[in-house]
Design a protein around this ligand. Structure first.
Ligand code: ATP
Ligand code: MG
Length: 563
């Protein structure tokens, strides 16, 4: 893919070294291991690009593995959405779609092995007591009174746990490691808990479920993963990852940690995103303000833009926050190259060209119509041109007219001449107001000699504005977005920082007739207004657009400041 300029990061460095030393028989096998308890977000995209990207670059494989060990929080809906999002990003796990729950039997057998080696025991402490006994960073933990049960008793109790003889929370299976360890994760961590809950794949077969740390290392081992790449919070869990595998002497992948993505003006934690969805702060997981992949897709983000973003941010070993402006920059860069330009007026103001010939009454009740040529994409001449209808009554943007223009305002004003894009020079000759003094209509004259937008006498105008022909344009809704959060880093009480102005809805936009056949997912540049993606809410001829981003490049400014 687009990896030509990617700087070599420490993970790829490690992999090169391993390949040189033939560490895993020259194999590279990674995995992306989401827990199906929510929709994927842009942070996950970083991990997906890394794991699938590395597999692609080193002629290896990458598995999609659902880490489904937590039945009360997981759902099939999430599994489906995750598969859709990974494919959409452009990655293919081929037939390697795995589930930790497929290994429940193996994991159970491994646990029995560990009990037999006196490396695990059934503990009757409650979860509160376990926490109490665990100690703190400053203080060693206390051994559980159940720690020295005999192997036979442990085997018997563990089997009965599986059979469902005990209530939820009454017992756990714990690894027997070291309650005095400086690393709290090594203080006899819980391996299994009792939970009488139906699992979305295994149904009611199990009432004991393995904990993440225990399930993850063995899942990696079973799948023959070579490099198990995870985020920095798991650095302190690595000794435990290694310990489990070493006790049984099974195949041992290596865990490598990298810094997770943090993005300004949003939150990247499924726990928080779920809250926004469930409490109605957004319209759903795919609300275009959400940092989820489904939200970004609906907003108008392309897989290429997201992959480029992930390439640009790279991978490092230290946490940092990336400015949202960089993500937007990557989107603009991609859409600029590929998107069809059209004219659309978001806040229409009627404009009548008083000296424009009126049409034949029998064909056109009011207007003569002519067809003008417009360029589809100046960045890509192969995209050609299209015809746009021009007539006597137009709409322009309310913002493009000022009755009393301030100094720096070069657009339309009384007595002033501007260019209508692809059309003519026009001059404002009259301003029509309603009885409240609101401007409802402008009267202008046009200069027929300036057809196409050029003046033969080289007369200059200071502005070019966009427009649509009133009798041809289509009414549409536009949804304009701002950051979901009003501050760069939302605090602990993150909902307080939600941006009350994150969504603005404009119900009576007018777009050029070219868009009559636009379909959900299509993306256009509305000249001067930004990139807009057709929303799935469009139906029955009613078009709804999401503004993906404006045309302003705030990232360029930030970069300049940083330099
Ligand atoms: P969250 O914090 O959003 O709940 P998670 O780590 O619990 O995320 P998982 O489904 O377990 O979610 O994540 C799957 C993979 O994606 C893991 O390997 C995890 O390390 C990685 N991942 C999750 N969030 C990020 C992030 N912000 N940046 C990079 N990788 C991430
Ligand atoms: Mg996780």
């Amino acid at each position: 893919m687009e990896n030509k300029e990617r700087p070599v990061d420490f993970i790829r460095e490690i992999i090169r070294e391993d390949l040189k030393n033939d560490k895993y028989d020259g194999m590279v096998h990674t995995r992306f291991p989401p827990e199906p308890n929510g929709y994927l977000h842009i942070g996950h995209a970083k991990s997906i690009c890394l794991n699938f990207g590395i597999a692609g670059e080193f002629n290896g494989l990458c598995n999609l593995r659902f880490d489904d060990t937590n039945p009360t929080k997981e759902e099939v809906e999430y599994v489906e959405s995750i598969k859709r999002d990974v494919s959409w990003l452009g990655f293919d796990w081929q037939e390697r779609e795995y589930y930790a729950s497929d290994y429940f039997e193996n994991l159970y057998e491994y646990a029995v092995e560990l009990i037999k080696k006196s490396k695990a025991y059934v503990c009757d402490l409650s979860s509160d007591e376990i926490r109490e006994y665990r100690g703190t960073l400053m203080e060693a933990g206390k051994e559980s009174p159940y720690r020295n049960r005999s192997v036979e008793e442990n085997l018997d109790l563990f089997e009965r746990m599986r059979k469902g003889e005990f209530p939820d929370g009454s017992r756990t299976l714990r690894a027997k490691i070291d309650m005095k360890s400086g690393n709290i994760n090594m203080r006899d961590p819980v391996m299994y808990r009792i939970l009488h809950a139906e699992h979305h794949r295994t149904g009611n077969k199990w009432c004991i479920y393995p904990m993440y740390d225990y399930a993850h290392c063995f899942s990696d081992s079973i799948e023959g993963i070579t490099h198990s790449i995870c985020t920095l919070e798991f650095e302190d869990h690595r000794p435990l990852y290694d310990w489990f595998l070493d006790q049984l002497g099974v195949y041992h992948p290596q865990q490598i940690e990298f810094a997770r993505l943090n993005l300004s003006h949003t939150v990247l934690s499924k726990r928080r995103l779920i809250q926004l969805v469930q409490e109605g702060n957004v319209r759903g997981w795919d609300d275009p303000r959400m940092p989820t992949l489904s939200g970004l897709r609906r907003r108008g983000y392309t897989p290429e833009a997201i992959r480029n973003f992930c390439d640009r941010i790279g991978v490092a070993k230290r946490d940092s926050t990336v400015d949202m402006a960089l993500l937007e920059f990557c989107l603009r860069e991609n859409l600029n190259k590929r998107s069809q330009r059209v004219m659309a007026v978001l806040k229409p103001l009627k404009l009548v060209i008083v000296n424009y010939p009126e049409g034949q009454p029998e064909e056109q009740p009011e207007n003569q119509v002519e067809e003008l040529d417009a360029i589809n994409n100046p960045e890509d001449p192969s995209m050609g041109t299209r015809k746009i209808p021009f007539s006597r009554v137009l709409y322009i943007e309310q913002d493009d007219f000022r009755e009393e223009p301030p100094k720096e305002f070069f657009r339309l004003a009384p007595g002033r001449e501007v260019r209508l894009r692809y059309a003519y020079f026009i001059k404002c000759v009259d301003v029509i107001k309603d009885k409240n003094g609101e401007i409802i209509e402008l009267h202008c004259t046009y200069d027929p000699a300036t057809r196409g937008g050029d003046s033969p006498d080289r007369r200059k105008v200071k502005a070019t504005i966009h427009w649509v022909s009133a009798s041809h344009s289509i009414e549409a809704e536009a949804r304009l977005y701002d950051h979901l959060f009003a501050v760069p880093s939302p605090g602990e009480d993150f909902k307080k920082d939600l941006n009350p102005k994150s969504l603005e809805i404009l119900l009576s936009c007018q777009v050029e007739p070219y868009l009559a056949h636009a379909k959900p997912g299509d993306i256009y540049q509305f000249e001067r207004q930004g990139y807009f993606c057709v929303d799935p809410d469009s139906s029955g001829g009613k078009l709804v657009f999401n503004r993906a981003t404006t045309l302003r490049d705030t990232w360029a400014k930030i970069e300049k400041r940083l330099k």
